[in-house]
Design a protein around this ligand. Sequence first.
Ligand code: NAD
Length: 500
Amino acid sequence: MTKLTLPLWINGQRTESRSSRSADVTNPASGEVIRRVPLANRADVNSAVAAARAAFPGWRDTTPLRRSRILNKFRELLETHRAELAQLASEEHGKTLEDAAGSVQRGIEVVEFAVGAPHLLKGEHAENVGRGVDCHSMLQPIGVCVGITPFNFPAMVPMWMFPIAIACGNTFVLKPSEKVPSCSLRMAELFREAGLPDGVFNVVPGDKEAVDALLVHPDVRAVSFVGSTPVAKYIYETAAHHGKRVQALGGAKNHAVVMPDAELDFTADAIMGAAYGSAGERCMAISVVVAVGEIADTLVAKLKARAEKLVIGPGDRKDVDMGPVISAQHRDKIVGYIDSGVQQGATLVTDGRGIKVAGHKGGYFVGATLFDNASTEMTIYREEIFGPVLVVLRVASLDEAIDLVNSNPYANGTAIFTASGAAARRFQNEIEVGMVGINVPIPVPMAFFSFGGWKSSLFGDLHMHGMEGIYFYTRTKAVTTRWPEVSDKNASTLVMPTLG
Ligand code: NAD
């Protein structure tokens, strides 16, 4: 049977791709091909950017309040269709339905934030910056913005970007991951139903060919990217070289530091969800535990007991804690990492290799895996595995733990588990990581704060959503005004004006 081939979404309608290339979209729980997705080519990208460019003047001049009302309607439709979006995300990604619904909700919260844009787009005003002179600033949209998103959050990560860009008066071209394209296309339909004018939001599923066409397109003004570090660096360098504003969020290796005074059952429960939720395919997943002092044996025993109880299976089964990983290739890569951990001398406490799920022979499953006694030289510590593999390192003191976390090139998220306010305060102050949790394992900031890492986890200056999102999608213009009275003396002077 021929599988349904998905369309592109250009200028407010489903559009057939002109590309001769396409890819399979697979259900990772069964290994079955469920759809085909076109891999947009340069001609497709040019059409999408042309539609976005043509829509820009009208949308820019639409009042922020009117834009906000359309976003509010879109928010209502997202709420109504939350289960459908979660189902699409779970089917194409593999995560459990409940987890997928949670991530859709976190995306909707960004739309909620974007509804408040009229307030946030107000500039500043100062009277009498000089005698008879006033100054005000305006935040204006920048034009056609682009989003390039990863496979692991099919609805949420795109919603970190396009609702805010559009609320600010920009138009948008989204290039979702070719592995999980359906949520983005469905959201485009819902946005149109909410009253969004044609061309304001466009979706071009594709791969490197589409990305490269977007990065060099002269009409693209800004690029938001979320994905792996090597690609983030490439996007940052290429788009910046072509004169675009860029924010490129990369990969992660997130550490949880567990102090000797931490409440260990609470901590072990928290780490379970953070390490193995979404099969470890979250950029904020905890993949390293740094056990400080004498608690390590007890903590590892508690983690082992919990990891062994996790139920692995298809994401749409109610009793399942952890679904499959995204592809056979990714599963094999994760298994290769586990092999390397054993070869390099880490203690394999729980082994997720070779797991079988009844009735799902073709699925891409890896069980919860736990290593103890790892060291910073080992590949399982140095590289982002992006799977259900948790690695424990043992250190003697908070000083050593902070040094260890700060020496890692990734710096997306981190957490400390402790009963000591002093230790927590020192940690939040000295740690060189963008998002920090104190007894909170996955410190993903709410939509009205900004999301982003430091170092190799972010290329660019501004994080996503919150006020940094508003600043990324606008540029500031400062206007200095004088209304001279007839009696004012001649303003002509060759001296640098000081206004005072
Ligand atoms: P990826 O880097 O392979 O792909 C991301 C996007 O870039 C996709 O749309 C893909 O089509 C495109 N792409 C891939 N290779 C490309 C290339 N060579 N040239 C141009 N474009 C290319 O990432 P992924 O596997 O989809 O997602 C997992 C990664 O994303 C992990 O590293 C994870 O940590 C990261 N991630 C980071 C965050 C964050 O907020 N920092 C959030 C989610 C995921």
